[in-house]
Design a protein around this ligand. Structure first.
Ligand code: ATR
Length: 277
């Protein structure tokens, strides 16, 4: 997706994957910095660890409490920090700036793939791990009216609910299933990655036919059992590919300063992500 996007923008940059042990994250980030990388993406578990390792944090990283995108910036002759793309020669002083594009990606995907307007809506969110917590905060900041949180470990959902009540007091947040229908059901648990996984919610306590739309953050498999059942009941459905696309597109924009070629990146994703490994 990123290499297709870079090529479409006519940049001779390359996007590469590196496997880094969490104990070596600081060294890897320092290495990227001194080698004048334009930026990096981070995935689990590095997103949380990197928060403490950045020289500066964008509001998005501070807001959502995780860093998935890093931009390296150099000090110019007048002492101002500017993205490395602006320099012809490697600057002597470089700093790392942490961003988060995951949270926005959820709202964009829900808008584009499901035609949803979140403000004023009722949402049932399954999962209160890293992805679930960020989703809950983002939904609250997008002014959903009622948010229902369900998680296997109830205490984690309760902690997220407390944080929402403190930060977004206008949102009504409940730990548990809704008594009536919702506009949207989101799966932010890992249930569905494996074909034998049970549904991520208790069918005795909630029926998927009570959700207008269902979003599964999982994109491989492209159709989880949850999405299959939801589609059969007539719900609008989408998988997590849109989130993956939009977090990547926004990262590309942060690095390049140019609009991401969304269609091209989407095509590259769709062609590659579902291929067997
Ligand atoms: P991520 O960063 O992808 O959110 P995570 O923080 O490990 O990963 O969270 C995984 C989520 O899937 C959690 O909500 C987890 O529930 P717990 O908080 O109770 O662990 C949920 N999950 C994972 N396996 C599960 C299972 N077998 N049944 C129910 N929920 C499960």
């Amino acid at each position: 997706m990123q290499n297709a996007g870079l090529a479409a923008l006519g940049l001779n940059w390359r996007y590469l994957a590196f496997e880094v042990h969490p104990d070596d994250l600081r060294a890897a980030l320092e290495g990227a910095k001194v080698m004048d990388f334009v930026g990096v993406n981070l995935t689990v578990p590095h997103k949380l660890l990197a928060l403490e390792m950045m020289d500066a944090l964008d509001e998005s990283a501070r807001n959502w409490g995780a860093v998935n995108t890093v931009r390296f910036e150099g000090k110019d002759a007048r002492g101002r920090w500017r993205p490395l793309r602006d320099f012809d020669d490697a600057p002597r002083h470089v700093r790392s700036v942490g961003f988060n594009t995951d949270a926005d990606a959820l709202s964009r995907a829900l808008g584009k793939d499901l035609g949803l307007k979140l403000a004023g809506s009722r949402v049932l969110l399954l999962g209160a791990g890293g992805a679930g917590r960020t989703a809950a905060m983002k939904l609250a900041s997008d002014n959903v009216r009622d948010l229902f949180l369900v998680n296997r470990t109830r205490g984690k959902a309760e902690a997220v609910a407390r944080e929402i009540r403190r930060r977004y007091p206008r949102v009504t947040v409940t730990v548990g299933y809704p008594m009536s229908s919702v506009d949207l059901l989101i799966n932010a648990t890992s249930l569905g990655l494996k074909p034998a996984d049970p549904l991520p919610f208790d069918e005795k306590k909630f029926s998927v036919s009570h959700a207008d739309a269902v979003y599964d953050m999982i994109y491989r498999p492209a159709e989880t059992r949850l999405l299959r059942i939801a589609a059969a009941k007539g719900c609008r459905t989408a998988n997590g590919l849109g989130m993956l696309l939009h977090q990547g597109a926004q990262a590309l924009e942060i690095w390049t300063g140019r609009p991401a070629p969304l269609e091209i990146m989407h095509r590259a994703l769709a062609e590659n992500v579902l291929k067997p490994e």
